[in-house]
Design a protein around this ligand. Structure first.
Ligand code: NAD
Length: 253
């Protein structure tokens, strides 16, 4: 029997990944703060440790795949949740489950964002990647929610690239997706926002493929990265954004 763990499974992209894997006949457990097979809070060190313990118990024969979708958006009322959930909540879970993935030569997919390139605060990025909690706290006090969010997603993509070769030598493929604007609970609020709603609609009209993403668009890309068809894909950041990043940064390869 296969074994897949998906975080952020109660909503949006994580829920769509679970659906896609279940449709493929896989054995999937979801992890979230609520409404999940494994209930855990990925915003704290103790919550993450508890999540790893529960997952190891649930998958005693190891994991074929781990997908880290849980995240909070740039409008989070508590800014420190952004790096804690989006960055540390992904990498600490992955590190805790690396042995379980190695046992089954599994694959992991992290969820970055096509807004990641907008992060410019190198001190914040380095603090995240180095796991320097004090420096993260000091920098975040100076940042907007948007900068904190983009930074958490760029650090995640960079961390993935830095770690992918070592994971590969252990037989684990590590990749990430960079979704563009995707219709989920996270984006619904901003679209209805009296102040930002019009700007969001104008922004959506610039997506080259002419529409916003759906959770299934991202889930299909993640399903591919987890599958045997992606058996030689490792250390890649796959944009799933209707061509937006190519439009904004055509010379970036
Ligand atoms: P969503 O709000 O629909 O789902 C996020 C899920 O994460 C929720 O079920 C929530 O309960 C869970 N979560 C949040 N904090 C948690 C915690 N402390 N512990 C455990 N679970 C927690 O959002 P979504 O749009 O599906 O986002 C999924 C991922 O995709 C996020 O990492 C997000 O940053 C990323 N992303 C989304 C978009 C977009 O446009 N929707 C674009 C780029 C990247």
């Amino acid at each position: 029997m296969s074994g897949y763990l998906v975080t952020g499974s109660a909503s949006g992209i994580g829920a769509a990944v679970c659906e896609r894997l279940l449709d493929d006949g896989e054995n999937v457990l979801g992890l979230d703060r609520q409404d999940a097979d494994i209930v855990a809070d990925l915003s704290t060190v103790s919550g993450r440790r508890g999540a790893v313990e529960q997952a190891l118990e649930a998958f005693p024969e190891g994991l074929d795949g781990l997908v880290c979708c849980a995240g909070v958006g740039s409008t989070s009322a508590t800014l420190s949740l952004i790096p804690e959930v989006n960055f540390f909540g992904s990498i600490e879970l992955l590190e805790g489950l690396a042995g379980a993935l190695q046992r089954r030569r599994g694959a992991a997919v992290l969820v970055s964002s096509n807004s990641a390139p907008q992060a410019t605060d190198e001190a914040y990025l380095q603090a995240l990647i180095n796991g320097d909690r004090e420096a993260v706290a000091a920098r975040i006090a100076e940042l907007s929610g948007h900068a904190a969010y983009c930074g958490s997603k760029q650090a995640l993509a960079r961390w993935m690239r830095q770690q992918a070769p070592a994971y590969a030598r252990r037989g684990v493929r590590l990749n990430a997706v960079a979704p563009g604007y995707t219709r989920t609970a996270m984006t619904a609020e901003t679209e209805q926002h009296p102040e930002y709603g019009d700007a969001i609609r104008e922004f959506l009209a610039t997506i080259p493929l002419g529409r916003a993403g759906e959770p299934s668009d991202v889930a299909n890309a993640i399903g591919f990265l987890l599958s045997g068809e992606a058996g030689f894909v490792c250390g890649s950041l796959l944009y799933v954004d209707g061509g937006h990043d190519a439009m904004f940064r055509p010379d970036n390869i």
